[in-house]
Unconditional design. Structure first.
Lengths: 118, 115
């Protein structure tokens, strides 16, 4: 079964600095999606960034980028120029590509709580 | 565009009581699901549906029932609440089952406390 591991329960970064959140996963599939979701204190789950495993190029969304290492099964999130509004719980998630499959099931890691210091 | 709407947002129950968490989406999404979030455990799938009339169990289905009579609605029922069901519950939907990007759109969550 697929698993997702986030080994950093908590992280802290100074405003305007860069921070990297780690995520590793285990799967025997070759095609899949990886996601980073942000959960601020409001509890809302917000999609930050998505990576297709068949794409070698790392995904980027403004200040957010990923380092996708398929062979190592690693999917880290880099936040540049950190802002106070980036403070949140961040979840890494995995999904099979699942052609013709039955679910859009996401498998989540346990989360990393990011604090941003002014 | 309302997206995914969950009600209630907060609920306190006594052990043995029953209740229903409501979930509705207005995006004509085929796939709907319920997750629970517990500290240190991330989000775990309870039940999911790939279309009206079709439901199946996820990772932690015990103690919960679901039904999908329409495309828009996917209620989650607790028949006899237990303290172990104290959690934050999320409803999530996506456009179609299989293929695509599979991005899930989440409701705002419902915090349930069972005393």
């Amino acid at each position: 079964a697929q698993t997702v591991t986030q080994s950093q329960p908590e992280m802290s970064v100074q405003e305007a600095e860069t921070v990297t959140l780690s995520c590793t996963y285990d799967t025997s599939e070759s095609d899949y999606y990886l996601f980073w979701y942000k959960q601020p204190p409001s509890r809302q789950m917000i999609l930050v960034i998505r990576q297709e495993a068949y794409k070698q190029q790392n995904a980027t969304e403004n200040r957010f980028s990923v380092n996708f290492q398929k062979a190592a099964k690693s999917f880290s999130l880099k936040i540049s120029d950190s802002q106070l509004g980036d403070a949140a719980m961040y979840f890494c998630a995995y999904r099979d590509l699942n052609y013709g499959g039955a679910t859009n099931k996401l498998i989540f890691g346990t989360g990393t709580l990011l604090a941003v210091q002014p | 565009n309302a997206g995914v709407t969950q009600t209630p947002k907060f609920q306190v129950l006594k052990t043995g009581q029953s209740m229903t968490l409501q979930c509705a989406q207005d995006m004509n999404h085929e796939y709907m699901s319920w997750y629970r979030q517990d500290p240190g455990m991330g989000l775990r799938l309870i039940h999911y549906s790939v279309g009206a009339g079709i439901t199946d169990q996820g990772e932690v289905p015990n103690g919960y029932n679901v039904s999908r009579s329409t495309t828009e609605d996917f209620p989650l029922r607790l028949l006899s609440a237990a303290p172990s069901q104290t959690s934050v519950y999320f409803c999530a939907s996506s456009l179609r089952t299989g293929g695509g990007t599979g991005e899930l759109f989440f409701g705002e969550g419902s915090r349930l406390t069972v005393l």
